[in-house]
Design a protein around this ligand. Structure first.
Ligand SMILES: [Zn+2]
Length: 186
């Protein structure tokens, strides 16, 4: 698996530089910008650093990884540092029980690119995301059956759209990660 380690600069809006004490979950997102590439989305996260610190409408956003439509993987933030990808005013009860009051504290965020507004992922994206998630499950000692979450499962936001409108596709993705972890552990 080829990961482009193009980390974004430490800054208050997208890479706070805080430690993630323990990773409990891998959270899957869609970039919600049809046709955009992994480097373009990385550039967006990096560009947030140029906001004024006193600006009331400042945006906070980032993710650890972005998987592009051709299966390319860009890493923006080290896995043991916090990213801003699941912050919300309120969280769903199941997420609060399992991930605590502030899930960004214990979640690795993975953004998936997509060609269209329906959010359907290309086979290349799904294959690369499966490899990435299985590698992370081994590295971070996570059980793929319980550690894979949709953003939707934490806040109710329609993200990633295809896995919200097609829950069976998310189940299939999870099973693919479970199988890939089994192979890696052999
Ligand atoms: Zn999301």
């Amino acid at each position: 698996m080829d990961i482009q380690h193009t980390l974004i600069p430490v800054n208050p809006f997208s890479r706070p530089g805080k430690k993630l004490p323990r990773v409990k979950a891998l959270v899957i997102h869609w970039v919600a910008n049809p046709g955009s590439t992994a480097p373009q989305n990385r550039h967006y996260f990096a560009s947030l650093k140029d906001q004024s610190i006193n600006h009331a409408a400042a945006k906070y956003a980032s993710a650890h990884f972005i998987v592009g439509m051709f299966g390319e993987i860009v890493q923006c933030i080290p896995v043991h540092e916090m990213a801003y990808h699941v912050g919300a005013k309120t969280y769903l009860p199941y997420a609060l029980d399992n991930l605590g009051q502030y899930p960004n504290n214990c979640c690795v965020g993975i953004e998936l690119c997509h060609p269209h507004t329906d959010g359907r992922f290309t086979p290349e994206t799904l294959t690369a995301a499966t490899e990435l998630c299985s590698m992370l499950c081994i590295q971070l000692e996570l059980n793929p059956l319980t550690a894979l979450w949709r953003h939707y499962d934490i806040t109710g936001k329609e993200c990633p759209r295809w896995f919200v409108t097609h829950p069976e596709a998310f189940e299939e993705f999870k099973q693919a990660v479970v199988s890939a972890v089994t192979v890696l552990k052999r």
